[in-house]
Design a protein around this ligand. Structure first.
Ligand SMILES: Cc1cc2nc3c(=O)[nH]c(=O)nc-3n(C[C@H](O)[C@H](O)[C@H](O)COP(=O)(O)OP(=O)(O)OC[C@H]3O[C@@H](n4cnc5c(N)ncnc54)[C@H](O)[C@@H]3O)c2cc1C
Length: 565
């Protein structure tokens, strides 16, 4: 049965954050410990802070709200442009969905994101010299393998040719179909890339759409079908059987998009992006991205304050003026960038809240009930899949046998039910990074990409059943897996929500076609500017997309800098 998560040792970013806070306190001699305790006490007991006890924290050029990777990316660009920037983070550590913790003694697991792919398709790591700040990415190749229940294996390597060869071992016809699918998918992905990198202008759209139409070779009607349809039907048309459909669908689901969502086809075409750019895990875990960003921010003169949950963004007279934390610290600012859930930022924290058509549009943005549930399994060996080959544990190991199972699971989860057949995949990060586990031992990160955020009966009552079924499924693919387990820590959606992750939705808002790129979070706000002067929005729920991308952070910073010049 699941062990309780234990106390975390301090991460490098946590230490840097503490150091940053200490330096800041010394610099401004802000609060005596007694004052902090008194104000914190009021916040805990729910007493609202009357203006008389607000503590002035000085004036900044920019306050960034939220130290997820997007907030940190934005802050780095702003500090790099010479602005006086402070990042306020509600939790006692930075990183949001880019963290790694010792959730089982001696074993370090990513708490949320594992594979950092989109950011590695951009110039952000190079522009911020994150390698110089200690970040090293390791390629996961093969990026995915299908570990089918009937013993068949298909390996998806960076090389399309090697992948086709692997599929041909089970089915030459399927291999030919996959090659044909990639022949179309590669140009489609190249067409989409500038948009995903956050570099596409509206003027460029018609030319790009034309290029996509040529790549799809289906005429106007065929293009509309293949681009605007769901990936369930695209995969059924393009790939003959579940041998490849299952694992390709599992990878698309990993992006948080359901098989029957109109427009979701994009996420199956996106399979080609991993052949083009590979799949990447940060050495030391997702935390290393956060550590490097914090390092870069501090080196550029920026500041980070953790344990500083923002309660209010003051914007009297249509202009942003200050940010107030839950404990009553007041930071005056010429500009504010919110890098958290955009609906919470602009409809709950902003005072007065966004109103009129922009407010109504934002309130209408959707997030579904289908999210991820994660189990950290510490083991004394890698899962022994019969017929496995060296390298099989480098990337995602999919246990999705049938596209139908994934589709049914999505429908069940959306309705608040635990799926009958759990779609499941594993990342065994210690296989490429032995620093994450004691010698000879391993970190098996099990994820269900179609878990209900709100489940019938509630997660506390359903967690044991969920864990049992997941472990049983892996035992079926890797006999002896259960006997290799040294410890377990479970991160169900309710756990993530308690940590402040709204609805536990990995992308903050649904990644549907009507909420992507220039429509994310809404048409009004996709330029990151808001109707409130000096207030900018960033984060996974903004243009262009969610996930570990960094592009919403960079775009928001650039919008702010353009407005100043
Ligand atoms: C289980 C899971 C697995 C995932 N796996 C992957 C993956 O493998 N690859 C991938 O690319 N993506 C993955 N994702 C998605 C990815 O983690 C997120 O999309 C990404 O972390 C969003 O980054 P962000 O900086 O925009 O926001 P977040 O990471 O959510 O950061 C927002 C920050 O703002 C802080 N905050 C919120 N409210 C306040 C407030 N009032 N005051 C101050 N601070 C506040 C939060 O504490 C948080 O630190 C996964 C997500 C989940 C949940």
């Amino acid at each position: 049965m699941p062990e309780k998560a234990h106390a975390r040792p301090e991460t490098r970013a946590g230490a840097l954050c503490r150091l940053g806070s200490l330096l800041l306190q010394q610099k401004y001699k802000l609060l005596s410990p007694e004052a902090t305790t008194e104000i914190a006490g009021r916040a805990r007991t729910g007493t609202s802070c009357p203006p008389a006890i607000l503590v002035g924290m000085g004036s900044r050029d920019v306050v960034v709200v939220g130290a997820g990777h997007n907030g940190l990316v934005a802050a780095c660009y702003l500090a790099g442009a010479g602005l006086d920037v402070v990042v306020l983070e509600g939790l006692d550590h930075p990183g949001g969905g880019s963290r790694t913790e010792e959730t089982v003694p001696g074993f370090r697991f990513d708490t949320h994101s594992v594979a950092h792919n989109i950011i590695n398709m951009t110039t952000i790591p190079a522009e911020l010299d994150l390698a110089g700040a200690g970040l090293e990415y390791q390629e996961m190749d093969p990026f995915s393998i299908g570990v089918h229940g009937d013993g068949r294996r298909v390996r998806f390597f960076r090389s399309v040719d090697a992948t086709v060869e692997s599929i041909a071992e089970s089915s030459p016809a399927e291999a030919r179909a996959y090659a044909d699918f990639m022949n179309k998918a590669v140009p489609v992905v190249r067409t989409m890339l500038p948009a995903v990198r956050g570099e596409m202008s509206a003027r460029d759209v018609p030319r790009r759409l034309l290029a996509a139409r040529r790549a799809l070779r289906g005429g106007a009607a065929g293009t509309v079908r293949d681009a605007l349809g769901p990936y369930d039907s695209l995969l059924r048309r393009s790939l003959p059987t579940d041998l490849t459909r299952g694992p390709v669908a599992a990878f698309a689901a990993h992006a948080g998009v359901g098989p029957t969502l109109p427009g979701g086809a994009t996420f199956a075409w996106w399979q080609a992006a991993y052949h083009l750019f590979g799949q990447w895990h940060a050495k030391g875990g997702a935390q290393s991205l956060t550590d490097a960003l914090v390092h870069r921010l501090l080196s550029l003169g920026g500041e980070l304050r953790c344990g500083a949950r923002v309660a209010r963004i003051e914007a009297p007279d249509g202009r942003v003026a200050a940010v107030v934390t839950e404990v009553g610290e007041r930071f005056e600012a010429r500009a504010v960038v919110t890098a958290m859930h955009p609906q919470v930022a602009l409809l709950e924290l902003l005072d007065p809240p966004l109103s009129g058509p922009p407010g109504a549009d934002l309130a209408a943005a959707r997030r579904g009930n289908v999210v991820q549930a994660v189990i950290h399994v510490a083991t004394d060996r890698l899962p022994a899949y019969p017929g496995c080959a060296p390298g099989d544990w480098n990337g995602l190991q999919s246990f999705v046998d049938r596209l139908d199972d994934l589709t049914a699971a999505w429908t069940a989860s959306e309705a608040g039910l635990l799926p009958d057949v759990l779609p499941l995949y594993a990342f065994t990060t210690s296989a490429i990074d032995p620093t994450l586990a004691p010698t000879g031992c391993h970190t098996v990160y099990l994820a269900c990409p179609a878990a209900p955020a709100r489940v019938e009966g509630g997660w506390p009552a359903r967690t044991d059943e969920f864990v049992e079924r997941a472990l049983e499924l892996v035992e079926g693919r890797a006999p002896g897996f259960r006997s290799s387990i040294r410890g377990i820590s479970v991160r169900t959606p309710d756990v993530m929500e308690r940590e402040g992750w709204l609805g536990a939705h990995p992308m903050h808002l649904e990644l549907s076609l009507d909420q992507l790129g220039p429509l994310r979070p809404t048409r009004h706000l996709s330029g990151h500017r808001t109707p409130v002067e000096g207030l900018y929005v960033s984060g996974a729920g903004t243009n262009p997309t969610g996930g570990i991308a960094g592009t919403p952070g960079r775009r928001a910073a650039k919008a702010l800098l353009a407005d100043r010049s």
